[in-house]
Design a binder for this molecule. Sequence first.
Ligand SMILES: NC(=O)c1ccc[n+]([C@@H]2O[C@H](COP(=O)([O-])OP(=O)(O)OC[C@H]3O[C@@H](n4cnc5c(N)ncnc54)[C@H](OP(=O)(O)O)[C@@H]3O)[C@@H](O)[C@H]2O)c1
Length: 265
Amino acid sequence: MDLGLRDRACVVTGASGGIGRATAVALAGEGASVLLVGRRSEVLKEVCRGCSRAGGRAEPLAVDVTAVDAGERVLEACLERFGRIDALVNGAGTSAVRSLKQLTDAEWQAQWDLHVMAPMRLMRAAAPVMAERGWGRIVNVCSSSGKRPSSTNMAYSVTKAAELSLSRAFADLFAGQGVLVNSVSPGPVGGELWLAEGGLAEQQAQARGVSREEVLESTAARQPLGRLGTDEEIAAVIVFLCSEAASNVAGASWSVDGGAVPVII
Ligand SMILES: NC(=O)c1ccc[n+]([C@@H]2O[C@H](COP(=O)([O-])OP(=O)(O)OC[C@H]3O[C@@H](n4cnc5c(N)ncnc54)[C@H](OP(=O)(O)O)[C@@H]3O)[C@@H](O)[C@H]2O)c1
């Protein structure tokens, strides 16, 4: 299927991490030009090479998306390098294992800044520019725990729920102008966030007094598919939502969680 992404100019935040990197490479594989946003410039350069090998063009942009002017800076860079902006994937985000007692006010605020203010500022800058040309795609990477709160980190769940609401609000505002805003809600993914040294699996093991392997086994067993997802499985849905083929999808939040959240709407 031709996804109609050839020569589209796409921004992916969180492109130095698992889901963002897989998304950027998959977009490049469709012939898109991709602006890779994250803070680690060396990793972004490496992802650039992966995008080139996949057949697309990519440029790195080291920006902290929680900066108040990040929306304007990212938009400017995309217009300067590619001459247009067609798609925006808000993938930057993170979590850590914290009980309610451990969560400080500063951590609540940081989660809000990263999962709500950053995508809001990026959409506020990019959506009107897409609307001028009557075509655009925005995908916000939310989480299954935004749909069903998890006790792993209440601030993460609550801010991901807010990001789902933010996506829907922007979808309502811009759908009539050809800018389709959607979100995806991944369940646990077997990528860096969970598996890296000191990642979520290790943190949960420490908090629960069990082994890292036990955490991974019990997490997999809780999913109807019986396993964690992969970065590429999440990316495949994001890329579809960025595509011409998703021309009748707006305001949706697609679960990509192996069936974990038992909702039918
Ligand atoms: N992995 C999962 O199980 C899972 C499940 C549900 C939802 N999600 C969501 O999926 C998204 C991607 O997660 P992932 O698994 O790919 O995590 P990851 O591998 O840890 O990558 C996180 C990405 O976010 C970027 N980032 C974080 N803070 C940033 C900031 N202030 N400014 C710019 N970039 C920032 C990181 O880049 P730098 O470090 O270079 O800044 C990195 O590229 C997140 O929103 C996450 O909440 C993940």
